[in-house]
Design a protein around this ligand. Structure first.
Ligand SMILES: [Mg+2]
Length: 261
């Protein structure tokens, strides 16, 4: 396997810039999607390439995930200076404590817990993941009609509360009481580190918000240089596409080699 000529040229241009932000999603990009989200493991080569990139001058590296910060840290094995952005931007490893919920938001989470317990009685196969500012319904492993019905109910349940943001995904529905979004998180981080350009790879609907936000970055020069990569199929606003996690590793290694040169 090798990069397409267009992608190889984009990598070379990107690697030559003074200050860059290299960010990626975790699940479905660095780690294959698995039945139980806590069984997830990164494929060989991806995290070492990111760790090496993070040690180069003018290079900030971030994992940007829907996962809560601690499981993201644990499963990825990422250490400083890698930046971890969790819960779709609601948590950031650079800020101690991450996140503060008000009384109303804490009350909403308690209500969601009750309602999701009732939903689990109707659909015993679903898993409910607890995050600091959200609950996530997972249906992987369920027969498709039941998965669809359970996700529709979960989304409906979230939509009945103002103050709950519903984010659908592949076999998941996330109900969040504090929501930033990967797009806002990426553009903010790029601004904070003074990046000339941003690399971002993702595989899901939430990553499309990231690709769109980077294309519409208020810093027009940075927007024009965005190197966005969709992993797998599906409609996308990313400029490039690669097939799978192994292709991401190859891409990150190419970026590392070009940046070292
Ligand atoms: Mg993903």
């Amino acid at each position: 396997m090798s990069l397409s000529p267009d992608l190889a040229a984009a990598v070379a241009d990107f690697a030559a810039l003074d200050r860059v932000l290299v960010a990626t999603d975790f699940d479905g990009v660095l780690a294959p999607l698995v039945l139980d989200p806590m069984d997830s493991r990164p494929v060989d080569g991806g995290m070492p390439a990111l760790t090496s990139l993070a040690q180069l001058p003018g290079t900030t590296v971030a994992l940007v995930s829907g996962r809560a910060l601690e499981p993201l840290r644990q499963l990825s094995g990422a250490q400083e200076p890698l930046v971890l952005v969790g819960s779709h931007g609601a948590e950031d490893s650079r800020h101690a404590g991450g996140l503060a919920l008000d009384e109303h938001q804490r009350g909403l989470l308690a209500t969601l817990d009750d309602e999701l317990a009732a939903l689990r009685e109707q659909h015993p196969g679903i898993r409910v993941e607890t995050k600091p500012a959200a609950r996530v319904v997972h249906t992987r492993g369920l027969a498709e009609p039941e998965a669809q019905a359970a996700l529709a109910s979960a989304r409906g349940l979230g939509q009945r509360h103002t103050g709950v943001e519903v984010t659908p995904g592949k076999g998941v529905a996330e109900l969040a009481v504090a929501h930033v979004g990967k797009g806002v998180a990426l553009v903010d981080l790029a601004g904070e580190v003074g990046a000339d350009a941003v690399f971002y790879a993702g595989d899901d609907l939430t990553d499309e918000h990231g690709f769109a936000a980077l294309a519409d970055d208020p810093d027009a020069a940075r927007a024009a240089r965005a190197l966005t990569v969709r992993v797998g199929d599906g409609e996308t606003r990313a400029r490039f596409r690669v097939a799978d996690e192994d292709a991401v590793v190859e891409l990150l290694k190419a970026l590392l080699a070009a940046r070292r040169a």
